[in-house]
Design a protein around this ligand. Structure first.
Ligand code: HEC
Length: 160
């Protein structure tokens, strides 16, 4: 404490630095520099980033359901999304309040295919956003990597 007070300039500089960091654009991941998702690159990324746990197109672990199975779960979650949201609201109002903007963006997609992609985007950003009980932790992906992976997952969406 004493040491800190001997350098009162720090008190001024620290907040100024924080402000600068908040204002400066991020390193190449601002929304306008993102290319449209490419499913071929998405598959390559999925094979390197998801196979520790999921079986993906010929290789992978068994810690998690194979990707095809995981995607049919995701598809069903999205088909019944209103119910999932109602459950979350009842069982964990704090988690619902925290995720409400993201959840509303999913609900705003009325087309099923689009809603599925929007949900996956939210899930791969924060797996627990609408279900604190999910067993999958977050995989660190850039916005661009996530866009590619989702482009591949979109092609893989189960049709039923
Ligand atoms: C560290 C292990 C691990 C990694 C890495 C991992 N997952 Fe998962 N994933 C899981 C587990 C475990 C589940 C089952 C979740 C559950 O049952 O609650 C799961 C479930 C899923 C689901 C289904 C959602 C649901 O509600 O069950 C999707 C979709 C999914 N993963 C996508 C991915 C993608 C895409 C990647 C790569 C970017 C990935 N996962 C990487 C462990 C992992």
């Amino acid at each position: 404490m004493g040491g800190f007070m001997r350098h009162p300039a720090l008190l001024l500089i620290a907040p100024a630095l924080l402000l600068a960091l908040a204002i400066l654009p991020g390193p190449s991941c601002s929304a306008d520099t993102i290319e449209p998702g490419d499913p071929v690159r998405g598959l390559t990324l999925a094979k390197s980033r998801c196979t520790f746990c999921h079986y993906v197109e010929g290789r992978g672990g068994m810690i998690a359901p194979p990707m095809d199975k995981a995607l049919s779960t995701a598809n069903l979650v999205v088909r019944d999304y209103e119910n999932r949201v109602r459950d979350l609201k009842q069982k964990d109002p704090a988690a619902y309040a925290k995720a409400q903007a993201v959840i509303d963006a999913v609900l705003a997609e009325k087309d099923h295919a689009k809603r599925y992609e929007r949900w996956l985007d939210a899930y791969l950003t924060d797996t627990k956003f609408d279900n604190p009980m999910t067993k999958m932790g977050n995989v660190i992906l850039s916005d661009q990597e996530r866009a590619h992976i989702i482009a591949w997952l979109a092609i893989k969406r189960p049709t039923q």
